[in-house]
Design a protein around this ligand. Structure first.
Ligand code: PNW
Length: 489
């Protein structure tokens, strides 16, 4: 039972809530104002890489329509907005000796100012997958340790230019996806894989683990920089956001109980254990042997404790069966079908997602107990089946998505107020339908519908539901909310 809550049915007035987006998924205008290419520019144009063969050149046109997007945020009444900065708009060629692009800085600077003017707290991701293409060409991007210094330099520029106004920093979005989907399965940029039908180069047995290792180091050194040189004067907080879904044993056999833990070790522990506990999970060392890179003692000092909070992206729950040889999920098979043949929850448009709010609550408890850091839920969302083939009026009546958010907001409240989990933020994915990576525009995660012919935005029932729910559960602060707050940490 928690002791720090006045009303069991409310969240505190400084609880941050809103919607999340990512630069490449919404901005478009990929060759405007000096932006350099990112690895997603070319990758999304290769035949067969996206479901509908479409790319991110226009997306939701938010580089042009950002004021309209802000109107939407105001309409929903959010107190925070999570977005990401495109590295290649800030430093088009990406590297520490490459020129800085003032036009790119101006864009985000204007966005940040406009958010603050509206009383909306900017929650900023430094890296949401759009690596400058030049760095991939120079040394293989995340596969080389070279990237650590380049990333830290990029982070420094952002702290220097935006840190007077940005108090919440996320270094990386979802290292598991960067490593496994980009360098193991090859379904995301840069598309590396051992499967020669899919990729001309790559080694799925080693590269994902190397990429992940360099992501951790880059995060850790950027965090060190912030805390040593900026935090005292700017007063913000910095952390990483990890994806990870709850894992339930398929049945109560010992091997499946172990399998559920193995799934968590690889999906979450791979990153969270070194960052919060100071070592890779034993199971990963056992599974990978010397294919798992090691940290030097000096690096480990920097890695351990490098995230001031737990940034959590979560979507679903998997039933776990021991077996198979898929190292990317810890040699565990995932299913949504219970032993009795029933389904865990409502199926989303994408195969990997079913609605299961109990799992959300259990995962929150697991992360809080294991890592003992305040949790910011930085993504949570649902893609309605076949939404893309519906008429707009039908799509905006998104019943399954409303159900999903009903379940998960109740779970959030229970986890905080009944279980005592230190929860401080919740962002629904996503403000808008947008470029859903390998799914192109086929899969829609928006709480606002986007008509891609006109770029007109239509709030969905789910968007209205989430707005109403938080309005009822987060008491409005009056004056303080308008000022970017100095954090007591
Ligand atoms: C996250 N999976 O990606 C990303 O942070 C978002 O950019 C994305 O749009 C959103 O979730 C919805 O997909 C994921 O295969 C991509 O388990 C794939 C998986 C999970 C998360």
């Amino acid at each position: 039972m928690s002791t720090h809550v006045a009303s069991p049915n409310k969240l505190p007035s400084d609880f941050l809530w809103g919607f999340a987006t990512a630069s490449f998924q919404i901005e478009g205008s990929t060759d405007v104002d000096g932006r350099g290419k990112s690895i997603w520019d070319d990758f999304s144009k290769l035949p067969g890489k996206t479901l509908d063969g479409r790319d991110g050149d226009v997306a939701t046109d938010s580089y042009q329509r950002w004021k309209e997007d802000l109107d939407l945020l105001v309409e929903y009444g959010v107190n925070s907005y999570r977005f990401s900065i495109a590295w290649s708009r800030i430093i088009p060629l990406g590297g520490r000796n490459d020129p800085i692009n003032e036009a790119g800085i101006q864009f985000y600077s204007n966005l940040i100012d406009a958010l603050l003017e509206r009383g909306i707290v900017p929650f900023v991701t430094l890296y949401h997958w759009d690596l400058p293409q030049a760095l991939y060409e120079r040394y293989g991007g995340w596969l080389s340790k070279e990237i650590v210094e380049d990333y830290v330099h990029y982070a420094r520029v952002c702290f220097e230019r935006f840190g007077d106004r940005v108090k919440y920093w996320l270094t990386m979005n979802e290292p598991w996806c960067i490593s496994i989907l980009g360098h193991g399965r090859g379904v995301f940029a840069p598309g590396r894989s051992s499967d020669r039908m899919r990729s001309p180069e790559g080694d799925s047995s080693t590269e994902p683990w190397i990429a992940g290792h360099n992501v951790i180091l880059s995060h850790a050194y950027a965090s060190k920089l912030y805390r040593e040189e900026f935090k005292a004067t700017q007063g913000g907080t910095i952390g990483i956001t990890l994806n990870g879904d709850w894992a339930l044993p398929y049945d109560d056999s010992p091997e499946n109980v172990a399998a559920a833990q193995h799934a968590l070790d690889v999906a979450i522990g791979w990153f969270a254990d070194p960052i919060y506990l100071g070592h890779y999970p034993a199971y990963m060392k056992e599974m990978l042997g010397d294919r798992l890179p090691t940290f030097t003692p000096e690096e480990l000092v920097v890695v351990k404790g490098s995230s001031e909070f737990y940034g959590m992206n979560t979507y679903t729950t998997n039933l776990c069966k021991a077996g198979g040889d898929d190292e990317f999920q810890g040699k565990v098979e995932y299913t949504f079908t219970r032993p009795d043949g029933s389904q865990l929850g409502t199926q989303a448009h994408c195969a990997w997602l079913q609605d299961y709010p109990e799992g959300f609550r259990q995962l929150l408890n697991y992360l809080w107990k294991r890592y003992k850091h305040p949790i910011y839920v930085t993504e949570n969302g649902f893609a309605v089946k076949d939404e893309n083939s519906m008429a707009i009026e039908q799509a905006i009546a998104d019943h399954d998505r409303v159900q999903y958010f009903k379940g998960n907001t109740d779970a959030l409240l229970a986890a905080r107020n009944e279980d005592g989990v230190d929860l401080r933020a919740y962002f629904a994915w996503s403000l808008l339908d947008n470029f859903e990576w390998a799914d192109g525009y086929v899969t829609r995660f928006g709480l606002t519908y986007v008509d891609y012919d006109t770029q007109k935005r239509y709030p969905k029932e789910s968007g209205k539901f989430v707005a109403q729910w938080f309005k009822e559960h987060v008491p409005k602060e009056t004056l303080a909310q308008k000022e970017p707050k100095r954090l007591e940490l």
